[in-house]
Design a protein around this ligand. Structure first.
Ligand SMILES: [Zn+2]
Length: 280
């Protein structure tokens, strides 16, 4: 709710996510070095994508529900071209920035399910921390994007919880509080109609993109870090396992670095002030 209030306060048409090739390449340059700065990747091993292109995805499902894709081997990234189409309701949506950062996280090597958290949960966690770090450096669009992302993730996590527990009443209240304009309500109802009868798939999506990352964040708020995130900086640990396999005498000690979420915690703790001071 706190993030929704912040979102309502800062949302405006002048706040647009990247929607042209030029803007995308500007954001790529701005974001990529942060992966090593924030301890996600090794300095010498940050990867620039080979290409980032807007693509119109073919099927109706993809058109509506796939926001971006990263090829982990070729390092080609595509973003849903609706972000770039002035005729689309997604045009200029703040989510294009979060989606870009998420796909860039995959391109850094967050692609395998070798850690406690799988690659989707890990990419989501890295995305919100990275956007927060840009925000704490004064980047307003990154702040707006992380507020929008956290708002959506928290809502989706609550949705997952309501499906699990069957307790719909409280979730209804939250829904009414968050989707407070007629167009938001129309979108929301359409989403519910789309997923009726397909609850299993919905629950899967809510679980790995939203519920698990949110629980991890709430747990990590006390310690300042999250263990078990798949991070490229820990890549050498899988080599240690490999050597242990071919030489049982070899040292098997490899301490994996956690994901430090100091920036996300700062944003969460100061979201009201930051939103209030957004236009100063
Ligand atoms: Zn992903």
């Amino acid at each position: 709710l706190q993030f929704d209030q912040a979102y309502d306060q800062i949302d405006g048409d002048e706040l647009a996510g990247p929607s042209t090739d030029e803007e995308i390449s500007q954001w790529v340059s701005e974001v990529i070095p942060m992966f090593s700065y924030e301890g996600v990747s090794m300095e010498s091993l940050v990867y620039y994508p080979k290409s980032v292109e807007f693509e119109f995805y073919r099927t109706g499902y993809e058109h509506n529900h796939i926001l971006g894709r990263a090829n982990c081997l070729s390092l080609d990234i595509t973003l849903n071209a609706r972000y770039a189409n002035p005729a689309s309701s997604l045009n200029g949506d703040l989510g294009s920035l979060s989606t870009l950062v998420h796909e860039l996280a995959h391109a850094q090597g967050i692609c395998m399910n070798t850690s406690y958290y799988d690659s989707e949960v890990s990419a989501q966690l890295v995305t919100v921390e990275l956007l927060s770090s840009l925000a704490n450096k004064g980047n307003r669009l990154a702040f707006a994007a992380v507020v929008a992302e956290m708002r959506d993730m928290m809502y989706a996590a609550a949705w997952y919880e309501a499906m699990e527990s069957g307790d719909d009443a409280q979730f209804q209240k939250l829904t009414e509080a968050i989707y407070d304009t007629p167009f938001e309500q129309a979108q929301r109802d359409k989403t519910i109609r789309r997923w009726t009868g397909d609850e299993e798939k919905l629950q899967e999506i809510l679980l790995s993109y939203n519920y698990l990352p949110m629980v991890a964040v709430l747990d990590g708020m006390g310690t300042g870090f999250i263990d078990g995130v798949q991070l490229p900086i820990n890549m050498h640990c899988s080599w240690v396992d490999f050597y242990a396999y071919i030489d049982p005498e070899a040292s098997t000690e490899c301490i994996e670095e956690p994901l430090f979420i100091d920036d996300l915690i700062y944003v969460m703790e100061h979201v009201d002030e930051l939103a209030a001071g957004f236009n100063e």
